[in-house]
Design a protein around this ligand. Sequence first.
Ligand code: PMP
Ligand code: GLN
Length: 382
Amino acid sequence: MIASKLPNVGTTIFTTMSQLAAQTGALNLSQGFPDFDSPLALREAVARHVMEGHNQYSPMTGLPALREQVAAKLARCYGAQVNPDLEITITPGATEAIFCAVQAVVRPGDEVIVFDPVYDSYEPSVELAGGRCVHVQLTPDTFAIDWDQLTAALSPRTRLIMLNSPHNPSGALISSEDLVRLADLVEQRGLYVISDEVYEHLVYDGARHASVLAHPSLYQRAFVVSSFGKTYHVTGWKTGYVVAPPVLSLELRKIHQYVNFCGVTPLQQGLADYMAAHPEHVDELPGFYQAKRDLFCDLLDRSRFTFTRTPGTYFQLVDYSAIRPDLNDVEMSLWLTREHGVASIPISVFYQVPVEGQRLVRLCFAKREDTLRAAAEKLCAI
Ligand code: PMP
Ligand code: GLN
């Protein structure tokens, strides 16, 4: 028997629930991915590049044309002036970007602050770097940062804070005031920040995403991560990017070049073409997904689930206390899938210590209208 370096890691909840949905024929509102396709012009652009022979390695840092498009988008959306050659790295997915950023700054014995419920890839990345996660719970109802708890969790060994906004699974948004407070803390204590902003364009009701890229002093100590998978409805393309100041990008790239070397060339080519031709795509995304959220929530208003409409991401948390308070959320997700044909994600699995009495499951509404209507019908019948 090999002594595992990750003894606590098993099959992820996303794999477990998607497999159960497939086995039982349930509608899969668990793992976060769209059941509709990306824009035709984007797929055609990738196909064209494959056929034209753009099938060899791209530069290690990513295709220049794509890095330039990302820089143009960041200037337009956040007023950020970043150098595409020195500060933007294209990675095979946000997951790799996060892994490499963690390896770049975390050393054995370091502590890393993560906020529960926390995305599942963070802790294994920290552990493989020899670090230890210190879990700080977000406020149970609003999923906001509890500053007292955060301050209490800091120690001389704290090296990194990992943020995620818009937040998976709650949809909560960090505020610009939070970022200002964080900038003070980071500067005083010489910390680093990884800001996972993969849902940056999925923000509703006229709110604006507070990006670390819009805070020049915080950005000096930060890696900002995003994913084309979420923005262009292509989660299976596993293509993302990380933006960091030149000194941090240099360290990240030393790792990225040996974890993977580069992203997939024709995907980068197609994304660069599409971004150049359709800069409006990102401006239209909030309306596109807000319509889906509102359709789904309007339908669920007739159910016994209770909820507050999510301010961001393509996830809606629903409280099932009025239906099966006797079940914990893992049992509830299994029951909903097997007995009622709708797969969801229990959120307690993203906590070190689950919140006593919390009765929430996560439903993904990145789905076609017919899927959302069919799922809502099943959920309203319970
Ligand atoms: N962070 C969060 C919060 C996510 O929800 C996801 C989505 N799967 C990722 C990172 C990973 O993105 P990617 O699929 O581009 O690796
Ligand atoms: N991020 C996706 C979600 O939250 C899942 C990604 C995965 O399966 N690893 O549902």
